[in-house]
Design a protein around this ligand. Sequence first.
Ligand SMILES: Cc1ncc(COP(=O)(O)O)c(C=O)c1O
Length: 372
Amino acid sequence: MTTRFDVGQPDASLLPNALVANSMQRVATNVLMKNPLAIQYGEAAGPICFLDELCGFLKRQNGVVYNREEICLSSGNSAALHIIASRLVSNSKSKDILCVVPTYFLACPIFKDVGATVVQIPRDGYLDYIRKELECQIDPPAFIYVIPTCNNPCGDNMENLQELISLAETFNTKIIADEPYNMLGYGHIQPPLYELSGRSPHVISLGSFSKIMAPGLRLGWVQGCAETLECVYLQSGSIVSGGGSNPISGMIAAELMQSRGMDFHLCHVRSQLKTRMELLERKLNEEHFEFKYKVTGGYFAWVDFKVDTSTDEFIASCRDHNIAVTAGRRFWPNLPVCTFGRVSISNTPVDQVNTGAKALVRILKKYYVIYK
Ligand SMILES: Cc1ncc(COP(=O)(O)O)c(C=O)c1O
């Protein structure tokens, strides 16, 4: 069986089928059978019960109180990113999106779909690169895209976020913070960038239930100032035409939050991920392979494999040893040689982390000797 260190999806032990099934039943009995309009088009911002329960959930998790007007339901971060990118790019003179790399590789196709040009900003020293970029352009970029917490693929919380926010405000651009992992902090849970910014109109945070609950619900939320949300999200053609994107999933999630099933499950996911990640780090460190950044939570670690991870030989060797990892260049397309790779522990229960790490080290050592 292949150890799937490449997949950024929860494995079966992290998917709460029974919990979700119970909530669906309660929604069917208590809402659909009682309210004749329950399956009508939904409110643009999402069902009130969802927004209120989400405010309560975020308060319990982050200790922060939000108003209902600062949150909209979405069909997950990919869909929200598409809507927001298309609004911002079409309303901006510049079609550039500044994207801190390495980054979530599937964000770039979304940006290309909306006609944007992705400008890659190297992660180390990113603030200086962004400042230079902003200073030398006549028009500000459509927006800056970051994954500030429990980053994909690096696993860490980005540094210098306050300075980044100040730059966005000074140069009158927006930051889209893609934050599906921030509630998966192994210790401290950093609030979303919108909160860190003092609720700036220049910052929009995207949260998702995909990584903490169930990707198949296709459910998330957009957080920002009421005026910003109105302009970049609620006024989009698809929301105006179709109403709130996923009201029934929103009702199921509202039930899960009200019953605290969501909180309970989130604790389980966090502790599983922490155990797996600590084991992976220990096993790799014993053999002198390091995480480049300190993993604060979530699914991923960015590991220096000390060999070019994009070569056919390396990929074939992983395949022969039943290991799958993702080569670093996928997250940083312009880099000519990349010795890094992303290792995900979301799809590998503890026993698989253990055997998978050993097999991975065997492959790396073989290549390390060749490349030394
Ligand atoms: C940074 C990032 N953004 C967005 C997504 C997709 O999120 P969703 O399932 O909410 O569309 C992922 C999933 O891997 C991700 O890692």
